[in-house]
Ligand binder design. Structure first.
Ligand code: UDP
Ligand code: MG
Length: 319
C-alpha cells in the first residue's frame, strides 16, 4: 500500500477526445492537494479510436503518475473498474469517468472527508438529470424504486460510480468473486460508512455516451438479478395465484352446467385462458432462464478481462 496516495481508476472506452483534458483537470486538482499524491490508472476497455495511443503519450509525459492497462477487447465498464482496482496500490482508491461528467474538483472535498471523518467511502449522487432524454430519467427513477423494493441491497437514487474508498473497502470489493459484476450493487453490498455528496448533472465533455437504451436496460436487469431472488419468488406466486383462479373458475363452470344445463359456447373465455396461461408460463420460464444463464456464466470461471498491454508508472520515492 502506498501511503498518502489516491489511485484514481479511469475506465475509458473511446475517450481519445477527452483524456487530455481529463488529465489536465486532475493536475489542477493535484496542485491544490499538496499533501497527497494522485496517481492515475487509465484502463483502455478495447476502444476503437486512438485512446490507447493517447494513453501511451500521456504516460510518457507523466512517467511518475500515469499507469495504463489495455484490454484485448471491450469487456465493459465493470471489468475496467475491476482491473483498475486490482492494480491500484494507493491508500485510497477513487473511480472517475474520463468524460469529465464527474467533477474532478470534488476530489478535494472527498479527500478532506475521508481523511478527517469516520467515513470509509465518500460517494456522489446526481441530483438533476438535465441534458438527458426524459424517458431515460423516467426509467431510471422507476428502476431505483423497483430495485429498492425487491432487493436487499439498496441503491441510492442517482448514485454514480464516482467515489473514493479506503483500502479495507477496496479489499472487500476485490474479495467478491462473482463474474456478473454490478458495481453499484457491490459497492452497497460491502457496507461500510458511506457519505453521499450531491451535484447537478454535467454534460459530457466530448464524444458520445456508449450506453444505448438496450444496453442500459440489460444493465438494469443485471442489477436486479444479481442482488435479488424476489423475481423467482414472484414468478411462483403469480403462477400459484393464476392456478387457484383457474381452479375456482373451473368449479364455477361445473356448478353452472349442473344447474343451467349444457354449457353455452364459451370459446372466448377459453381462448383468453389459454393465451393468458401460455404467456404466464413463458414469463416465469424467462425469469428462471435468466438466473440459469447467470449460473452458467459464473460456472465457467472465465477471467473478467484479458490484458493486452500493461504499463505501470515509475516509482518515485518523493511521490
Ligand atoms: N466505459 C467503459 N467501457 C464501456 C463503456 C463505457 O470503460 O464499455 C467508460 C467510459 O469511457 C466512461 C465511463 O465508462 O469513462 C462512463 O461511460 P459513459 O460516459 O459513456 O456513460 P454515461 O456517463 O453516459 O452514463
Ligand atoms: Mg459519461
Amino acid at each position: 500500500m502506498k501511503k498518502n496516495t489516491i489511485s484514481i481508476v479511469v475506465p475509458c472506452y473511446n475517450e481519445a477526445r477527452t483524456l487530455q483534458a481529463f488529465v489536465a483537470e486532475i493536475l489542477a486538482v493535484q496542485a491544490q492537494l499538496p499533501k497527497v499524491f494522485l496517481e492515475l490508472i487509465l484502463v483502455n476497455d478495447g476502444s476503437a479510436d486512438e485512446t490507447l495511443g493517447v494513453m501511451r503519450a500521456l504516460a510518457s509525459e507523466h512517467p511518475n503518475r500515469i499507469s495504463y492497462l489495455s484490454f484485448s477487447r471491450n469487456f465493459g465498464k465493470e471489468a475496467a473498474m475491476l482491473a483498475g482496482f486490482e492494480h491500484a496500490a494507493g491508500e485510497w482508491v477513487a473511480v472517475m469517468d474520463a468524460d469529465l461528467q464527474d467533477p474532478p474538483e470534488m476530489l478535494l472535498e472527498m479527500h478532506q472527508l475521508i481523511t478527517t471523518t469516520e467515513y470509509d467511502v465518500v460517494a456522489t449522487r446526481r441530483v438533476s438529470r438535465e441534458g438527458e432524454p426524459k424517458v431515460r430519467s423516467l426509467f431510471a427513477t422507476m428502476y431505483y424504486k423497483l430495485n429498492n423494493l425487491i432487493s436487499d441491497v439498496k441503491i441510492e437514487e442517482g448514485a454514480r460510480d464516482y467515489r473514493i474508498m479506503t483500502r479495507p473497502v477496496i479489499e472487500a470489493i476485490l474479495s467478491l468473486p462473482e463474474r456478473n459484476r454490478f458495481s453499484k450493487g457491490l459497492f452497497s453490498w460491502v457496507g461500510f460508512e458511506v457519505k453521499y455528496l450531491e451535484y447537478p448533472n454535467i454534460e459530457r465533455q466530448a464524444g458520445e455516451t456508449s450506453w444505448s437504451f438496450t444496453k442500459l436496460f440489460d444493465y438494469a436487469i443485471e442489477g436486479l438479478i444479481s442482488f435479488s431472488d424476489v423475481p423467482l419468488t414472484l414468478a411462483s406466486y403469480v403462477g400459484l395465484l393464476t392456478f387457484v383462479m383457474a381452479f375456482v373458475y373451473g368449479v364455477y363452470i361445473v356448478i353452472r352446467t349442473l344447474i343451467f344445463g349444457a354449457a353455452t359456447p364459451g370459446w372466448p373465455s377459453l381462448a383468453v385462458l389459454v393465451v393468458g396461461m401460455g404467456g404466464l408460463q413463458l414469463l416465469c420460464l424467462g425469469i428462471v432462464g435468466k438466473y440459469i444463464g447467470k449460473i452458467f456464466i459464473e460456472n465457467k470461471q472465465r477471467p473478467m478481462y484479458i490484458l493486452k498491454e500493461v504499463h505501470l508508472h515509475e516509482e518515485d520515492d518523493k511521490a
